[in-house]
Write a protein that binds this ligand. Structure first.
Ligand code: SF4
Length: 375
């Protein structure tokens, strides 16, 4: 199984916390779309297994006309072996969804929409500098569901000071009441060189509280499973059968091809990444050059990736799998680190597979990096 990610790097304006590659101007939209077609052709030999998922991420892919998205899907089909009914996801911002967009989406092969809701409260949207309102988010969800596009995912952000337990509880209960089958919940992080960082440093915005964020994470880990959601990856919850096939592929170390500026690709042994400069991307692609750098993953890096992806998900990591894939010496090393966690508070054992407990998920980065091998 393999997936294709297509990066659409345009936004109407930048959210204050955002460090994804996107530009707040549609200036190069036509040139970029043409370049994406060309890159799909140039990369046609990258994957050696059928494509099962196509994901339009960004940026804001819902800014593209659905006809442009359809023609990119056609280009994927022309250049790659694609299964009959792939999962095709489009990330959308609520303010882009109107009745016409819903009709257009319905007429396409897109069968999953991931909506950037973030919160249903004005104060939180303002803190984040989101461009849409809570009403637009509710309208988008309902309009898509009424049209039969009910394989929806919504993103929430928690940990911002405006949120608090009350907004957080109401956000989650509203999502459950609206029968959203997939919910991603991300802790806000103050990334370097973002507007949010500058505003906090200049005391123009309240800082983020890690303790509040941890409480909100504890709450979502309890609340959604009580409502039949499976907590299948640290930040992701789904009703049975509604996991993201595309993102699961990343977490299962399956190959994927990233198309567009800043997109990453992985073919099990190497990783590559395209330039995050749109003008350079378009200019080089127009000369049939893929503007990317790559690195071959050595055995240590492959082991680190395996542990990272296993412990972030409910799949966990088994000692046997470590031994089978990376040799007995690495399995002994893994077991040696496990001794630090033998009280089972942070890591639970089922059979010979170790998974983070809910308490462990609060310290996931620290625990996972404990298992890493560094040259
Ligand atoms: S819409 Fe998404 S990609 Fe665009 S600025 Fe906001 S967070 Fe970043």
């Amino acid at each position: 199984m393999a997936g294709i990610y297509i990066h659409i790097p345009f936004c109407k304006r930048k959210c204050h916390y955002c460090n994804f590659y996107s530009v707040p101007s549609p200036k190069y939209k036509d040139e970029l779309t043409a370049a994406l077609h060309t890159e799909l052709r140039l990369q046609k030999d990258y994957l050696d297994v059928p494509v099962e998922t196509i994901y339009f991420g960004g940026g804001t892919p819902s800014l593209l006309a659905v006809d442009d998205v359809k023609s990119l899907i056609d280009a994927v089909r022309e250049n790659y072996t694609v299964i009959k009914t792939p999962e095709i996801t489009l990330e959308a911002n609520p303010d882009d969804i109107d009745a016409q967009k819903v009709r257009d989406l319905k007429s396409s092969e897109i069968n999953r929409v991931s909506i950037g809701v973030q919160s249903f409260f004005y104060e939180d949207l303002k803190y984040l500098n989101r461009i849409h309102s809570s009403e637009q988010a509710e309208y988008a969800i309902k309009a898509l569901q009424d049209a039969g596009l009910d394989n929806l995912s919504i993103d929430f952000i928690y940990g911002m000071p405006s949120l608090g337990q009350e907004h957080w509880r109401k956000n989650l209960s509203r999502a459950v009441d609206m029968l959203i089958p997939h919910i991603s919940a991300y802790a806000i992080t103050v990334e370097p060189n973002t507007t949010l960082e500058a505003l906090i440093l200049n005391q123009k915005k309240q800082p983020v509280s890690e303790a509040e964020g941890a409480n909100e994470f504890r709450y979502v880990m309890k609340y959604l499973p009580e409502h039949n959601y499976l907590h299948y990856e640290i930040s992701n919850f789904c009703l049975p059968g509604y996991h993201s096939k595309h993102n699961s592929m990343y977490w299962e170390n399956q190959p994927y091809l990233g198309i567009g500026p800043s997109a990453h690709s992985f073919n099990r042994t190497s990783r590559s990444w395209n330039t995050n400069n749109m003008e350079e991307y378009i200019a080089k692609i127009n000369r049939n050059i893929i503007p990317s750098e790559s690195e071959i993953l050595d055995s240590n890096q492959q082991y680190n990736e395996f542990v990272l992806m296993g412990l972030r998900t409910n799949r966990g990591v088994s000692v046997k799998a470590v031994g089978d894939l990376f040799g007995q010496e690495r399995a002994y090393y893994f077991q040696k680190i496990l001794k630090k966690y033998e009280n089972k508070i942070l890591l639970a054992l089922t059979g010979d597979t170790y998974q983070l407990t809910d308490e462990g998920k609060l310290f996931a980065d620290r625990i996972i990096s404990d298992f890493f091998v560094v040259d």
